[in-house]
Structures are given as structure tokens and as C-alpha cells.
Design a protein around this ligand. Structure first.
Ligand code: 13P
Length: 213
């Protein structure tokens, strides 16, 4: 796929993300691996106004092309793509339920077998750091070790995937899990969870199953 086609797909995915209730306003950002670096949404542009030519190329050293301004979160996008050679997409949003759990500074435990869709027995929560900082990037990369999605304390979530479709799918699954978790907490805290053996079995079945890769 050429740069223009990937840029088009990034914009379409951003708009879908907002329509699905996973994000709002100018929050969130999406990157796709391209050449030695990545293509990423620009900072502070509402998705309805985005054009293909607004998408920014950032190289492997973090240098962006002249005349454009990449997302303020370009650091964690680049660092995650570099740390995860099997993933090609990083998607960040401020989905309301996932963000509510992140504000509580909790990981989402194994309340449902779909927690395994992200690759572990929990959806972790990376510690808080100011948006756009190297510290936030380091925390995000750490939380995503062995896992394709994480909450960001007092901030939102990140989901990765081989494709835009897979990253968006995972982000929606994380948001639904967060909604379930918040629904359970007033009734049962700590929430009932699957055992390690039960989750391990699902993890082995998810290897190559459906949209999970
Ligand atoms: P950008 O508009 O710079 O991508 O920032 C949005 C955001 O969600 C920061 O975390």
C-alpha cells in the first residue's frame, strides 16, 4: 500500500473510533509503521477535518517532516513500534470506561475470557506521566511487554495490532471489558475472576483465533 492509501485508512479508522464512542474531540492518535519510521496523525486536528496530506511521517530517529506537526504522543508510538516488531499499528484513545478504570489506577482483571485477547491475564495500567513525555513513553512500553493493550493512568488506553482493523477491534474489546468491570465493582469488589489455568487455556486457544493474532 502506498503512503496516500495508508493515510486514508488512518483517517477512516480515526473517524470510526469516534463514531464507536471510543474517543472524542481531538483526543487520541493513530500510527502505522511505514518505511523505517511511521505515519501518524497530526496534533490537535479534529478527525473530520483531517486530509491525507495532514498525516505526518516520523523517521526512526523521531525526526518529522518539515511543515507538519505530529501527534504530541509520537514518542510512545515510535517506541512501541520499535519494541514490537510484529505489530504495525498503535492506537491511542480516551475511551470513557477504560479511562474511568485508569483513573482508579487499576488493571482490568480476568473478569471475562476476552481479557486474553490482549495477550495476558490482565489488561495492565501504566503509571501516570504527563502526555507527550519520554516518561509516559517508557511507562507505556513497559506495560505493553507481553501484551497488546494497556490502560494509561488518568489518561486513556493504547491498543496495538498487525492492522488498523485489529487494533480498533482490540480497543473496542478493552472498552467493553472496562464497562463490565465498572458494572461489577459496586456489587463485588474484588471482582470474581477466572483462574490462571482457565486464562492460560484461552490464551493457547487464541493463538491464531479470529481477529486475535
Ligand atoms: P494529539 O492531538 O497531540 O495527538 O494529542 C491527543 C492526545 O490524546 C494526547 O494524549
Amino acid at each position: 500500500m502506498n503512503r496516500r492509501e495508508i493515510s486514508r485508512q488512518i483517517i477512516d479508522t480515526c473517524r470510526q473510533m469516534n463514531q464507536m464512542g471510543l474517543n472524542q474531540g481531538t483526543s487520541g492518535n493513530i500510527s502505522v509503521r511505514f518505511d523505517e519510521g511511521m505515519l501518524i496523525t497530526p496534533t490537535s486536528v479534529p478527525y473530520e477535518k483531517l486530509r491525507e496530506e495532514d498525516i505526518v511521517y516520523v523517521d526512526a530517529q523521531g525526526q518529522h517532516e518539515a511543515g507538519k506537526k505530529p501527534s504530541s504522543e509520537w514518542r510512545f508510538h515510535l517506541a512501541i513500534l520499535q519494541a514490537k516488531p510484529n505489530e504495525n499499528v498503535v492506537l491511542h484513545n480516551h475511551a470513557p470506561n477504560a479511562t474511568a478504570v485508569a483513573i482508579l489506577n487499576r488493571e482490568i482483571p480476568a473478569i471475562h475470557y476476552m481479557v486474553a485477547a490482549a495477550g495476558r491475564d490482565v489488561i495492565p495500567c501504566a503509571p501516570y506521566a504527563t502526555f507527550g513525555t519520554q516518561a509516559l513513553s517508557d511507562y507505556a512500553v513497559g506495560a505493553l511487554r507481553g501484551c497488546k493493550a494497556t490502560l494509561l493512568q488518568h489518561h486513556g488506553m493504547i491498543a496495538c495490532g498487525k492492522t488498523l482493523e485489529k487494533a480498533l477491534w482490540l480497543a473496542q474489546e478493552v472498552e467493553v471489558l472496562a464497562r463490565l468491570y465498572l458494572a461489577i465493582l459496586p456489587i463485588a469488589n474484588p471482582a470474581p475472576v477466572l483462574s490462571k489455568a482457565q486464562i492460560d487455556e484461552v490464551l493457547s486457544l487464541f493463538n491464531g483465533y479470529g481477529l486475535v493474532d
